[in-house]
Ligand binder design. Structure first.
Ligand SMILES: NC(=O)c1ccc[n+]([C@@H]2O[C@H](COP(=O)([O-])OP(=O)(O)OC[C@H]3O[C@@H](n4cnc5c(N)ncnc54)[C@H](O)[C@@H]3O)[C@@H](O)[C@H]2O)c1
Length: 703
């Protein structure tokens, strides 16, 4: 039989007979398909089995069951007991809220000091809060039934350190369904039920030799939903492997069938509440949970920003409370929200805050940005703020300063030259010892451009993201209109292009755009230039005759001959000057003095003398040409288009054309409303674009 502790009166449990137990509703995945499918008789027998086992080891008190509250049988959710104090449960689901007064009465009748959480702050007792069995700290779960914001109150009221664990698998909706602290510092748990931060926390607190991680098959038999008394573990059923593992760790396992209760998502632990929970004298009352209040303003509902903000908080492992939401009443008026964000640690809070700032949230208690000096060239302080594509302001000496050279994945350097303060986005490699870099999240705000809402509507049929072939013609009309506007007002359109433009017959069309002043800079690699020059000088592209569409004998060597010729002349411009190139993309660039940068890659043949093989220099030259661009046309080059996308601030319209929807989605999905994706053949796209521009130039001919 089971080994009993020395003094039974030290150990008391609370249980509730299953007189009114049934699966009456569905509030967890286990209940699905099991409504009214449990056997009353079997439930009684199984409950009695557990009751008798426990009675051998401890005193078991009973709370009277109540009709209409079938889940009262799960007394673990009555509250959380530590010594003579109890924090009552605040059930999330109305289906269980009616149990609260009955449990409260019982605790009061037993002389417990009762603590009650504010309404609207769910916490489901010992189902979601488990003391380390040595009594040193409390593991508290959140994510499904209990709120993270309840944890600081547990720490305060019970005088115990609280470690918050986030549950992420809805089958394991309470902490005690997947986590069971055992005596002598052991822990039985199912790691996939927790997010990575929580798993990290567990590994920091529990040494590897004490962690017993179980497999899914045991987890779904509720192996962790166990009652541990001394070296005895009482549970539903486990695999032979886990049995051996537990025995090797010095535990005696008692299996008692509880299948009727599994249908409602509970087993041994859920059916019991230990009401004698001593704290070890070494306990502290710390809590690592951080809370911040953020504000948001703008078209929060129709732009979907408020949903995104709340998703950001929850996805990163935090929780929120909307303190205030003022809805704009007119179409044009804006809304305002004040939200309290909680996170289980400063690290998680930092992650959440930088994402919230990115989508336009700001901290109402405005402080100056924190600055830290760079101590090693090219290396930022650890906690540096990572920039995004949106216009960013930094608060320095009480004033908001707009960041220069906005781009993503940079650091912000603040300089003060004789009272003139500037903030600049800088790449890590450009940081120098002594530079003062923004760290943390104080004093930073970004504009998520809600004012662009009207523009989005105008472009909504493109802005919907990636378009299908069917809609290409419509989209081309819009892009042609935009390109013409930009050209006519003296704006800047930058093109990035890959060699597919030439292979698909698009070179003459791109050449037309350059010749007619629609392109202010060209960015690409070695290949676009090589293949364009091959076509201009030899009439082939990769050895294929572009007129006839057939391979030319020995044509595969053409591009090398072209490279050789250009190398002999020293540059593309000098080859054009020598009269060897009289048409094509590169010819039009040289003739029209349209600047181009060819960035080198490991695939390059030659390379051409113009190809910049120093990648840092190439990135810098790209960045120079992108500056002040209004539109960037990205034509079938994943490598160069993604490179350009990373350097480009929000507000620049990016049009990405590629045959592969995945590439288009990646580029168009920057969270920027200005991005447009077109999934089509680039040769076809360019041909349609030129036709449309010519139509716009001669309206009378087409009317
Ligand atoms: N001979 C050479 O020197 C040589 C040859 C090839 C590439 N390169 C270099 O390698 C690097 C990568 O080359 P890249 O940019 O061509 O390759 P990439 O793979 O980065 O991009 C090519 C893109 O074109 C898309 N594409 C293919 N067919 C298409 C079509 N018909 N219409 C629209 N899109 C289409 C693909 O989906 C892909 O996204 C560049 O720097 C390039 O200069 C050099």
């Amino acid at each position: 039989m089971t080994s009993a502790p020395t003094d039974r009166s030290d150990l008391r449990y609370l249980m509730c007979a299953p007189d009114f137990y049934d699966v009456d509703y569905v509030i967890n995945p286990w209940m699905e398909g099991n409504v009214h499918r449990s056997s009353k008789e079997r439930a009684h027998l199984q409950w009695q089995g557990l009751y008798q086992i426990l009675k051998e080891m401890a005193i078991v008190n009973l709370v009277p069951p109540q009709q209409g509250w079938p889940d009262m049988v799960f007394t673990a959710n009555a509250g959380l007991v530590v010594e003579r104090k109890v924090v009552l449960s605040r059930f999330l689901h109305p289906e269980r809220q009616g149990e609260e007064p009955f449990f409260k009465d019982w605790f009061l009748s037993q002389g417990f000091e009762v603590f009650e959480l504010p309404p609207e702050l769910p916490f489901e007792g010992a189902g979601d809060a488990l003391l380390d069995r040595e009594g040193q700290w409390l593991w508290a779960g959140y994510g499904f039934r209990s709120e993270l914001d309840a944890h600081p109150l547990l720490a305060k009221w019970l005088g115990v350190e609280v470690l918050s664990l986030r549950l992420i698998d809805s089958r394991f909706y309470h902490l005690d369904t997947c986590f069971c602290p055992l005596s002598r510092g052991y822990l039985l748990y199912y790691p996939p039920a927790f997010d990575s931060y929580s798993n990290q926390l567990i590994t920091m607190r529990v040494p590897p030799e004490k962690r017993i991680a179980i497999a899914e098959a045991d987890a779904i038999n509720f192996a962790c939903n166990a009652v541990n008394v001394g070296d005895t573990i009482v549970l539903n059923r486990i695999s032979a492997d886990l049995h051996r593992q537990l025995e090797a760790a010095g535990f005696q396992v008692v299996q008692t069938p509880l299948t009727e209760f599994l249908k409602a998502g509970g087993a041994a632990k859920c059916l019991t509440l230990r009401v004698t929970e001593p704290l070890s004298p070494t306990h502290g009352d710390g809590v690592t949970i951080e809370s911040r209040v953020i504000q948001m303003a703008g078209h929060l509902l129709d732009s979907g920003l408020i949903n995104r903000a709340l998703d950001v908080v929850v996805d990163a492992g935090g929780s929120f409370q909307v303190l205030e939401f003022r809805l704009g009443t007119q179409r044009q008026s804006t809304s305002q929200a004040r939200i309290r964000v909680s996170a289980p640690s400063a690290v998680v809070m930092g992650t959440i805050m930088s994402q919230l700032i990115e989508i336009g949230a700001y901290l109402p208690e405005v402080q100056d940005a924190q600055l830290e000096e760079v101590t090693l060239d090219g290396v930022a302080p650890d906690d540096f703020y990572v920039t995004n594509i949106y216009p960013t302001e930094v608060r320095v000496q009480g004033r908001w300063i707009r960041c220069d050279r906005q781009r993503m994945d940079g650091a912000i350097v603040v300089q003060d030259r004789g009272g003139q303060v500037t903030a600049t986005c800088s790449l890590l490699r450009d940081l120098q010892v002594g530079d003062r870099v923004v760290v943390g999240i104080e004093g930073i705000r970004t504009a998520h451009r809600p004012e662009q809402r009207e523009k989005k509507e105008e472009f909504s049929f493109m802005g919907a993201g990636v378009s299908s072939e069917r809609r290409v013609e419509l989209i081309v009309e819009q892009i042609a209109w935009e390109l013409r506007q930009v050209r006519d007002r003296g704006g800047r359109t930058v093109v990035t292009a890959g060699p597919v433009v030439v292979h698909t017959g698009g070179a003459p069309h791109l050449a037309y755009l350059i010749r007619e002043g629609y392109v202010q800079a060209l960015l690409g690699g070695n290949a676009i230039a090589v293949h364009d020059l091959e076509q201009a000088m030899m009439g082939t592209s990769l050895g294929v005759d572009m007129q006839r569409g057939t391979s030319v004998p020995g044509g595969h060597r053409h591009h090398l001959k072209v490279i050789n010729t250009v190398r002999r002349h020293g540059s593309i411009a000098q080859t054009v000057a020598a009269g060897l190139v009289t048409s094509g993309i590169m010819y039009e660039c040289v003739r029209g003095e349209v600047p181009f940068v060819l960035a080198g890659s490991i695939r390059d043949d030659g390379p051409l003398p113009d190809t910049v093989m120093d990648l840092i220099a190439a990135q810098q030259q790209y960045a120079e040409l992108i500056r002040a661009a209004d539109v960037i046309l990205m034509l079938s080059s994943m490598l160069h288009s993604i490179g350009v996308g990373n350097m480009t601030p929000a507000g620049v319209k990016m049009v990405c054309v590629d045959i592969n929807p995945a590439v288009v989605t990646k580029l168009a999905d920057r969270g920027s409303i200005e991005s447009v994706g077109v999934v089509t053949d680039v040769g076809l796209f360019l041909s349609l674009l030129v036709q449309q521009l010519q139509r716009l130039d001669s309206p009378l001919l087409t009317s």
